[in-house]
Design a protein around this ligand. Structure first.
Ligand code: NDP
Length: 394
């Protein structure tokens, strides 16, 4: 039985609230806080159990600290934006509250994904006897746990890791992103980095492509290599990995729009003067694009996200693929959101559940792969994201 505060009432926040609401024996009291309180209230109206709603600007450490002191939750589930990670961690330290998020901190002025800012909080959380769990979404999140699970049960040594994120869904819109457009476009237009020869190698965005056939007739898609934050923590925590890459599927139409938007400067994140005031083109573009939460009823098809690992067991070469397939329509029927928000929100709830039940514990800042993968993998099967381990080619 625990009191939690969910910060952020967007696409992912909505799924987290619905999933916590389904497990009242763990999440006995929920406080839903976000910048726009009307979104919290609308969400609360669709839940089974009563929740407390609050307005908060999570960039303001003092304001958030006061709110945490008022409610004294055991844990904050941060599903606001990556820009708020550090201010929310600071407020948690001030108020003595444990912390969980789904995406690593990004400074607003540079699209740079690195754990260094949050790893720097290690000593502060340890000294306070608190736990911060980083990246408890799907990727990062489940992909970290998948890798740890394969390592524990199938390998003596892992050598190569490919994380493959396919969205075989179609929302019928000319151009839309499946989660916060600003964060999504910053991510896909960043320089690509992959791990090889003991270091990160840089290549131009979207310059490496291959075709991937998903299991269970989800289809064949073009996947593009890009940087994703879990590569940094996984290569640190599993140093036998010699090569690690992240791949994501994109349709030709999405890429064509993105190229044009980039060419005309609409994806820029530096301020430009417009009619006497500064605007950031990407933030303006976000205001024009469909709100990802509006895509729920429109999106058909499935996502297929998983990890392929090559390595050795008992001196023999081994290759394993662990994956989940999630239906957009199924997610919408259950919680009123498409599968991208669903596949992020469910692991956020499970990560929180692991912490509150004491199955995952520690003092300091942790990535998911540092914890025992088994209870988390069990809960994935139980709470809507079942997985399979297969041998490719068999
Ligand atoms: P949305 O934009 O839909 O929602 C973000 C929410 O945070 C909104 O309710 C917004 O309020 C609120 N918010 C923003 N700034 C503040 C602030 N300063 N104070 C309080 N609340 C604030 O984003 P998503 O739900 O799509 O994404 C949420 C998070 O999940 C992001 O960090 C994203 O990177 C992460 N994510 C992780 C994935 C994974 O697999 N690990 C996959 C997909 C997303 P308002 O409504 O007022 O704008």
């Amino acid at each position: 039985m625990a009191r939690v505060m969910i910060i952020g009432a967007g696409g992912v926040g909505s799924v987290v609230a619905h999933k916590c609401d389904q497990v009242p024996e763990v999440f006995s009291e929920i406080i839903l806080a976000s910048r726009t309180v009307s979104k919290c209230e609308a969400l609360a109206a669709n839940l089974k159990h009563p929740v407390v709603t609050e307005a908060v600007d999570a960039d303001n450490v003092d304001e958030l600290t006061a709110l945490l002191m008022k409610h004294k939750p055991e844990l904050v589930i941060n599903v606001a934006l990556p820009y708020q990670d550090l201010s929310i961690m600071d407020a948690c330290l001030n108020a003595g509250v444990n912390y969980l998020d789904t995406a690593n901190y990004e400074p607003p002025e540079t699209a740079k994904f690195e754990y260094k800012w949050q790893w720097a909080y290690q000593e502060k959380f340890r000294e306070m006897g608190l736990m911060a769990l980083l990246g408890s979404g799907f990727d990062p999140g489940v992909t970290n746990v998948y890798t740890a699970y394969l390592n524990k049960h199938y390998f003596d040594e892992m050598h190569e890791l490919d994380i493959i994120d396919v969205n075989g869904g179609d929302h019928g819109q000319p151009f839309a992103t499946n989660f916060n457009p600003e964060i999504n476009i910053r991510e896909v237009s960043a320089e690509c980095r992959h791990w090889e020869k003991g270091d990160f190698q840089e290549t131009p965005p979207m310059s490496m492509k291959q075709s991937f056939t998903c299991p269970e007739e989800v289809g064949t898609y073009n996947i593009y290599r890009m940087y994703h934050e879990e590569l940094e923590s996984l290569t640190k925590h599993f140093p036998t990995i010699r090569k690690a890459q992240f791949w994501m599927s994109f349709g030709d139409n999405y890429l064509k729009h993105l190229e044009v938007l980039k060419n005309v400067g609409m994806t820029r994140i530096d301020p430009v003067m417009f009619e006497g005031r500064e605007i950031i083109p990407l933030q303006f573009l976000k205001a024009l694009l469909p709100d990802p939460s509006s895509l729920g009823p429109l999106t058909k098809g499935k996502t297929c996200i998983g990890c392929v690992v090559k390595g050795v067991k008992d001196g023999k070469p081994v290759e394993k693929y662990v994956y989940n397939i999630c239906s957009h329509e199924g997610a919408y029927a259950e919680v009123g959101s498409q599968a991208i928000s669903y596949t992020t929100g469910v692991p956020a709830m499970i990560g929180a559940k692991m912490m509150l039940e004491g199955k995952w514990s520690g003092k300091g800042v942790f990535n998911m792969e540092q914890m025992d993968p088994d209870p988390f993998m069990e809960d994935l099967n139980k709470y809507g994201l079942p997985w399979k381990v297969v041998t490719p080619g068999e």
